[in-house]
Design a protein. Structure first.
Length: 206
């Protein structure tokens, strides 16, 4: 198979790319990034692009599966408009290009709270992206709705404290269903569901 990865420089994306490069089922891994990355592998194809310039890259989104794990925080983006562009617009434009180019499978990392009817900006944005993706009609669409993610060496203060609090509660048997998930295990779930699930639309809580 030939894999395409958007969001390859994020915590989940890095773990996913490393996993795909070691997986003999994948003979080529194409990533789309803003700047060069310090990864070297015969299977890896690095596309350095301007995400806003769709004409530059839309014809290059070709393969068997598109893994989309692009995302940012409101603080990092600077505004809701900027976060929407990264979390919704960029991912949806890549999905549309992939569909047009005959990519059969699409794997999206969403959020446990995603709902197009949510009154909260982040959850509503994620939910609306899910609905838009499903309407594109890939042969296989897998949407992962993970709990709070545990990123290696995370510098997100809110996330770090959230993880500490949740782990503390978990130690007393509280909120066990919301146990944090490492980005490495999320990446493994993305690949596993691709290989094991039939065509159609699937929501997965890893």
């Amino acid at each position: 198979m030939e894999a395409i990865v958007v969001g390859a420089t994020g915590a989940t994306g890095k773990d996913l790319v490393n996993l795909l490069l070691k997986d003999t089922d994948f003979e080529k891994v194409s990533i789309f990034v803003r700047r060069d990355v310090s990864i070297s592998d015969d299977k890896l194809n690095i596309n350095i692009i301007d995400f806003d310039n769709t004409k530059q890259w839309k014809e290059l989104v070709k393969g068997d599966v598109l893994f989309s794990c692009l995302g940012t925080t409101l603080k990092a983006a600077g505004s809701k408009k900027a976060q929407w562009k990264i979390d919704y617009d960029y991912q949806f434009e890549f999905a549309k290009a992939a569909k047009k180019n005959g990519v059969a499978n699409y794997i999206l990392v969403s959020s446990a709270s995603a709902s197009s009817k949510s009154p909260f900006f982040y959850s509503k944005m994620k939910g609306q992206l899910e609905e838009s993706i499903k309407e594109l009609g890939f042969e296989k669409t897998i949407i992962l709705n993970p709990p709070l993610l545990e990123r290696k060496n995370s510098k997100r203060t809110g996330e770090v404290w959230g993880l500490k609090t949740l782990k503390f509660l978990n130690s007393f048997g509280i909120l066990k269903s919301q146990k944090p998930l490492s980005t490495e295990n999320l990446a493994k779930a993305m690949v596993k569901t691709l290989k094991n699930m039939n065509n159609g639309i699937h929501h997965v809580k890893p």
